[in-house]
Design a binder for this molecule. Sequence first.
Ligand code: ADQ
Length: 723
Amino acid sequence: MSRLLLVSNRLPVTVKADKEGVSVVRSAGGLATGLRGPHERSGGVWIGWPGDVSRLTQAQRASVEAQLAELRCVPIHLSASEVARYYEGYSNRVLWPLCHYLIERIPRQDRDWEMYRKVNERFADLVASHYQPGDTIWVHDYQLMLVPAFLRARLPQARIGFFLHIPFPSSEIFRTLPHRAELVRGLLGADLIGFHTLTYVRHFASALMRLLGLETVVDSVAYAGREVRLGAFPMGIDAQAFESLAMDAAVLEDVRVHRERSTGQRLVLGVDRLDYTKGIPQRLSAVQRLLEREPSWRGRLRFVQVAVPSRTAVADYADYRDKVDELVGRINGLYGGVHNVPVHYLYRSFNEKQLAALYRAADVMFVTPVRDGMNLVAKEFCAARPDEDGVLVLSEFAGAADELGDALLVNPYDVEGMADALEVALEMPEGERRTRMRTLRARVKEYDVHWWVRSFLDALQALPTPPPHVEPAGSEAAIARMREAGHLLLLIDYDGTLVPFTARPELATPDAELLDLLQRLATRPNTRVHIVSGRTKETLEAWLGSLPVGLHAEHGLYSRPAPGEPWTSLEGVPTDWKNLVRPVLEAFAARVPGAFVEEKSASLAWHYRQVDRVFGARQARELRLHLGEVFAHGPLEVLPGDKVVEVRARGVNKGRVVGRVTEGMAPGTRVVAIGDDRTDEDLFAALPEGSLDIHAGGRNSRARYRVAGPTEVRKLLAALLVG
Ligand code: ADQ
């Protein structure tokens, strides 16, 4: 196994200082437990924030450093302002509510983005300084979404995984964020991006399409010359540990006490961080509603809510706490008796043994987040029930609901419905309880945290090793190589290479500057220029016909070597298929607003540049599949282009031009091809040895040189005319 570098906002430790000195203890959280084995075995380090150590003395800090080193942890110390702005400000006040669909909670002014960026960059610098070739890097969670891209810039060859522990929201929510595109690009620095559920994967894929126009094919997306994989890896818990705890003698004694105290009552349990995503008021309202409408439950139902204090520095959490306090007070005031109250509210942390005892003692576990990435509490409850009893009531908005179908699923926004489900749970016959719990436990035990770590790391390590990264050279290098050649033969694509794309193809006429540039290039000594386009010969003739350049239309089907010479066409290209394909394209155009069909002599094209990105891409995919199925054995090729699906006779491609134009060329001629589209890859592939291939744009390309787009292509060509 390669060395594993783990990166998370918090290190999996707690620093405790008292009169005795300072000690660094491992945390018991799920992530820490699951990753401990691989972390220790691989000999790597875990990089993160150890919490605030600013109040420690010099000597205490040195001791902390030494103890962290012992645990193979590398601290990144955050200043008070970094904590306030990167962590509390951007991570917890912006990203957290956003990903949980609570955009109303996001402050209007987004002041902390810069700090978020800066701290992410600091993390990346520190990780890069510990990196050794061959290491695997695994970055965790929403606080560090930019780290993968910062790392990729520093370590082009590294294997980088990222896991998001919270939901990735619908792209309609995500795109409300001013820095949405930067965040998505940040994640795309990784080789593998993991989420808890397929729904989050789908949301992310649709954000990629909407924000960056990137299409995900099955589970992979091509970005900046790399393949980025997306996957669902539902996180599990240390089920074995919870089961053992639930059988521990001291825990069983606590269970007995809990039960005794609730004699004659059913025990309903809630366990959460006190967080506004956890749906605690909704849960309380459901309890209240049940007591209100079914007086028979009054005095027979005991609801224990344990809430661990969380993010107390964020004002929203204080308000939320007040709201919960008030509700608890109201319910107890209404339905409490002299000797008992229905709601027992405990605002503090419980250790695992105490939690296990409560889980095991409960009749009903009530888990009702309004949104939750996964929700491990639900799984812990199941693991802590070796007696195979107890009912789980679970929000359908928790990621865990995808796996735990044998829970009673509820909609936390429907208080009446939750009250119904609570009652069903309280009255569920033993046989049904056991059947459901057995299935739940089987799932939780099999897909535990160790499975989760293994499956993510296996997927990351199974990715093909990227070929040694050769950064495509830029304009300077290309110009130098072009200048040194005795003779130049330039093969240049038109749309997207010499001119930018326009909404409709007929609008992309050449401007005066371009005509002048091509004229001067074509009359440069020992230089020949050919335009190789997918356009019709009529268009090329009308737009560029007066220039002393060769023209090649419809991907090389037609060629006209010089002005005044006749157009010739490739022999034997069938066109009788067009009458069959045209109606299909027209039908697709009719049902997709903004799409239209273009007819050329040997091809038909379905354009969707003006169509909504997501819808257009989906329809294009469907069209391709449909054509592929219906005309599988015909003499056709279906080519996906830039916002166009083109159908043409098989065997016609831009590569066919190369043979024709290089025939009889002067010795020492350097062939240079420039293009932006997938169809230009055929051209690049057919070039003779020693040629230059230049990709104009950001897609995956075999070309060894790369420039950004039409403006840079023009600059590059203009540079040939000086000096
Ligand atoms: P959290 O929002 O913290 O995690 P959750 O998955 O339920 O939510 O994990 C909470 C952990 O804290 C559990 O292990 C639980 O035992 C413990 N805990 C909760 N309340 C406690 C209490 N009162 N006292 C003591 N311990 C308590 C984020 C995402 C989740 C996702 C996890 C893991 O929000 O959706 O499941 O990360 O990816």
